[in-house]
Design a protein around this ligand. Structure first.
Ligand SMILES: Nc1nc2c(c(=O)[nH]1)N[C@H]1C(S)=C(S)[C@@H](COP(=O)(O)OP(=O)(O)OC[C@H]3O[C@@H](n4cnc5c(=O)[nH]c(N)nc54)[C@H](O)[C@@H]3O)O[C@H]1N2
Ligand SMILES: Nc1nc2c(c(=O)[nH]1)N[C@H]1C(S)=C(S)[C@@H](COP(=O)(O)OP(=O)(O)OC[C@H]3O[C@@H](n4cnc5c(=O)[nH]c(N)nc54)[C@H](O)[C@@H]3O)O[C@H]1N2
Ligand code: SF4
Ligand SMILES: [Mo]
Length: 744
């Protein structure tokens, strides 16, 4: 399956899609005799990929061979100020330099910055451009630990939900994706399966052919919602109330599983007392549903077996989204849904992959840094503040620390201002909240910025140096998943174009220029893969769940299931059916002493988001704004490619409005509208459906994430989002935003 004969005209290489998607598809790349990739296809032998790719990656060669790829290291020309550049003309602001010159200059500048301002004045900024173990965080982490650079708290995506799930279950495990086909009821709760997690869809279709129903709980009418048996268009940010209302009905009607609760859970009586407060009538007033709907949903959920809950990260991008996820996560524990194969639920499967992170990331190298300790932590979801406020003596960190429930570490946040920013695997100029603050920070003349990228993004416009990066076809990596249980090897299929180099290569080279002498900076990708697997003397992994895996087998097979998922038919994996669990009580925690000890509510409760229809700001900005992901992009990735833009054209730069809200403002479909709040303003084109099929409830508007530089005004939806953080996990709140809209 891996490399074929070099003399054959074509070979097929096993790779893994490394985009930030739960599906982590096995991708077969056909490479011709000239070393050019000519086809990408889903691996039919991978049980979740099932031989197909999403629309975005089916067109992947458009990205790999895009004429706009950055091919050489570039340096900002003297006298050219940082700031938005016109598309297609970015090159003119930069001059080509050799890798040697770039690496020498960057190393010299980092050394000087560390000496003058302390190493913590250097901030790495990365997220999930690739989720391969090596590309996401290996040599880069070693490099920044050894340097003593600030650590980045990677909260922009899943931290609120992750912390919440772990408070309840101790570890992120879930119903195997393949087992959703056995469910009789699937509830997609804040999960756009059809748009963001397409490989779960065939399982649901199969379940429905056998009589299952699909219920979608989402304020927005996604493709998933449009295809559901029942779409519940809940008001944004009110999910904790709904979950507690369901508990109320379930307990009132005696639909809970007493035996399961007694054996597996902690704090049932406290939770029951709390749930008693959440009558269907009260919950109806918050969520916008009727009491009858809430009762019906509770009964259907609690009495259908197996019932599978697919939560994704939509719920937790809201101010109190952590608590909401906690409450929802408790539902299958209350009904004992985990006991029935095909039931239970999934937020993420990532907890199953016990990579040897210590060996890969080497946090111990911090002791060899000038700090001789781990560096301060800066929250990536408040990048605007970090670049404009840090070092001014204001301890904006305390708020962040207090909010980080379930996390005992001290996280000092004040210290020197950020003087150097090293961006890779991310496009903060487009994806980070409060874009105007981010831009003000990035534009600082005294900030030295390096960006390792494939394209001229919203972020490279602010770079001093741009370095060319690789796609997953061009480097080797190993990958787990957050939507299945397979370890997969991604082999390098083609040579990188021009002088592009991988993240591992870049930080290994930089380490050498910095004079870091530790051997680990010279590790090859294969050596790091062995370390990640914890390969022991007998050639097998020593990681829990991977003991049967050897690198040789992975090279042969491409994908290997984790040990508990090897015989899915004879020995199906059903998480949380036997204890003890890795929570403080060893049980599923309805009640959390850990939260109580921090002075936080130990039980889930509903608190309306401050930035919502119940907040003070609603007088001035009465509409709740969903700054959504695009179905045909991957966050901001692909938004520059013509073919992907065509697929997304119907909704690109549109503001989706309910006819009632549009009429109240004299807005008609196709009108140019200004969308604004206290943080910024954006011009979009109104989309007001005339056919009665509305995508958003009254009071809610929606638009999609893309590249800011594609807009005439040079900003995208994140000019409206805030740096306020979630209740748990100190994560971003992309779905708690108020705006007003008027005809432009
Ligand atoms: N096509 C495509 N696929 C992607 C991505 C992409 O950008 N495009 N991004 C990838 C990434 S990074 C991630 S993290 C995953 C995320 O995958 P999902 O978690 O599915 O992501 P979202 O689209 O943020 O949220 C899911 C749904 O939650 C809804 N929602 C918003 N607010 C609320 C609320 O208060 N309550 C409820 N019940 N629902 C709410 C949204 O309308 C949305 O339809 O998808 C990955 N896959
Ligand atoms: N308004 C709003 N904002 C959002 C979201 C939302 O739903 N709404 N979603 C949030 C979420 S869930 C997430 S996960 C974040 C995602 O934020 P990011 O992780 O920044 O995601 P992308 O926009 O995909 O940008 C990744 C960049 O990494 C580059 N890249 C890819 N592979 C490599 C590589 O191997 N090396 C290097 N050096 N670079 C590489 C890509 O070209 C791309 O420009 O966005 C968040 N922002
Ligand atoms: S983006 Fe997701 S669905 Fe598409 S190929 Fe990659 S892993 Fe598969
Ligand atoms: Mo994400």
């Amino acid at each position: 399956m891996s490399a074929g004969s070099p003399t054959a005209p074509f070979r097929i290489v096993h790779t893994v899609c490394s985009h930030d998607c739960p599906d982590s598809c096995a991708v077969l790349v056909t490479v011709n005799g000239a070393g050019r990739a000519v086809k990408v296809a889903g691996d039919p032998s991978q049980p979740v990929t099932q031989g197909f790719l999403c629309g975005k990656v089916a067109k992947y060669l458009d990205r790999v061979y895009a004429p706009e790829r950055i091919l050489y290291p570039l340096k900002r020309k003297a006298g050219v100020a940082k700031g938005p550049l016109k598309r297609g003309q970015e090159q003119e602001a930069f001059e080509r330099v050799s890798w040697d010159e770039a690496l020498e200059s960057i190393a010299a500048r980092l050394k000087e910055t560390a000496e003058r301002h302390g190493p913590e004045s250097i901030l790495p900024y990365s997220y999930a451009g690739t989720i391969g173990v090596l590309g996401y965080g290996s040599m880069d982490r070693r490099f920044f630990h050894r340097l003593g650079a600030s650590q980045l708290d990677r909260t922009i995506c899943s931290e609120a939900g992750g912390v919440a799930w772990n408070l309840v279950y101790g570890k992120k495990l879930g119903t195997p994706t393949e087992d959703f086909r056995l469910a009789k009821l699937v509830v997609a709760w804040g999960a756009n399966i059809h748009g963001n997690n397409i490989h779960l869809w065939p399982m649901i279709e199969q379940a429905r052919r056998a009589g299952a129903r699909l219920i979608v709980i989402d304020p927005y009418r996604t493709r998933t919602a449009a295809l559901a048996d029942w779409h519940i268009a809940i008001r944004p940010g009110t999910d904790a109330a709904l979950a507690l209302g369901l508990m109320h009905v379930i307990l009132n009607e005696g639909l809970e599983d007493r035996a399961y609760i007694a054996e597996m859970t902690h704090g049932f009586h406290q939770l029951a007392a709390r749930a008693r407060e959440y009558t269907p009538e009260r919950v109806a007033a918050w969520t916008g549903l009727t009491a009858a709907q809430i009762e019906r949903l509770a009964r259907e959920y609690a009495t259908t077996r197996p019932a599978a809950l697919r939560m994704n990260y939509g719920v937790q991008r809201s101010e109190n989204g952590g608590t909401a996820v906690r409450a929802i996560a408790m539902l299958p524990a209350l009904t004992g849904a985990w006991k029935h194969r095909g039931g239970g639920g999934q937020l993420s499967t990532s907890g199953a992959f016990a990579w040897n992170k210590q060996a890969v990331e080497r946090p111990d190298l911090a002791l060899a840094s000038p700090l001789k300790r781990l560096a301060r932590v800066v929250n990536m979801s408040t990048l605007g503040q970090a670049l404009t406020e840090l070092g001014k003596g204001r301890d904006q960190g305390s708020e962040i620390r207090d909010q980080r429930a379930g996390d005992a570490e001290t996280r000092p946040e004040d210290g020197p201002p950020v003087k150097a920013l090293f961006v890779y695997n991310s496009n903060p100029g487009a994806v980070a909240p409060n874009q105007n603050a981010v831009r003000r920070g990035l534009a600082r003349a005294d900030l030295f910025t390096v960006v390792h990228e494939l394209f001229f993004t919203d972020t490279t416009d602010y770079a001093d140096y741009i370095l060319p990066a690789t796609t997953f076809l061009e480097h080797t990596d190993i990958q787990g998943a957050y939507g299945h249980y397979f370890v997969q090897l991604s082999n390098q299929a083609i040579e990188p174009p021009g002088e592009a180099h991988s993240n591992v290569w870049l930080f290994s080279q930089l380490a050498e220029r910095m004079g870091f002498s530790e051997d680990c900076f010279r590790d090859t990708p294969e050596e790091i893969i062995r370390q990640a697997l914890g390969i022991g003397a007998d050639g097998h992994s020593t990681n829990a769940g991977m003991e049967h895996i050897t690198l040789e087998d992975l090279k042969q097979q491409g994908h290997i299931p984790l040990s508990f998922h090897r015989k899915p038919e004879e020995e199906p994996f059903q998480p949380y059916t036997a204890g003890p669990l890795p929570t403080p009580s060893g049980k599923i925690e309805f009640y959390s002493e850990a939260l109580a000890a921090k002075g936080l509510d130990p039980l889930p409760g509903f608190v309306p988001p401050t930035e919502s229809r119940w907040g003070k700001g609603a007088e001035q900005f009465p509409l709740e704004f969903l700054s959504r992901k695009a179905d045909n992009y991957m966050n901001s990735t692909f938004a520059n490619l013509e073919g992907h833009r065509k697929m997304e054209a119907r909704l690109s730069q549109r503001l989706e409005m309910h006819p009632v809200d549009a009429a109240a403002r004299g807005i008609a479909d196709g009108d140019k509208v200004r969308v604004w709040n206290g943080r910024g303003s954006l011009t979009l084109t109104a989309l007001v459906p005339g056919n009665g099929i509305v995508s958003v409830p009254a009071g809610v508007v929606a638009a999609r994430l893309d590249w800011a530089k594609m807009h005439s005004g040079g900003t995208n939806v994140n000019v409206l989002t805030s740096e306020r953080l979630t209740d748990l996990g100190a994560a971003a709140t992309f779905y708690s935003v108020l705006v007003e809209v008027a005809r432009a």
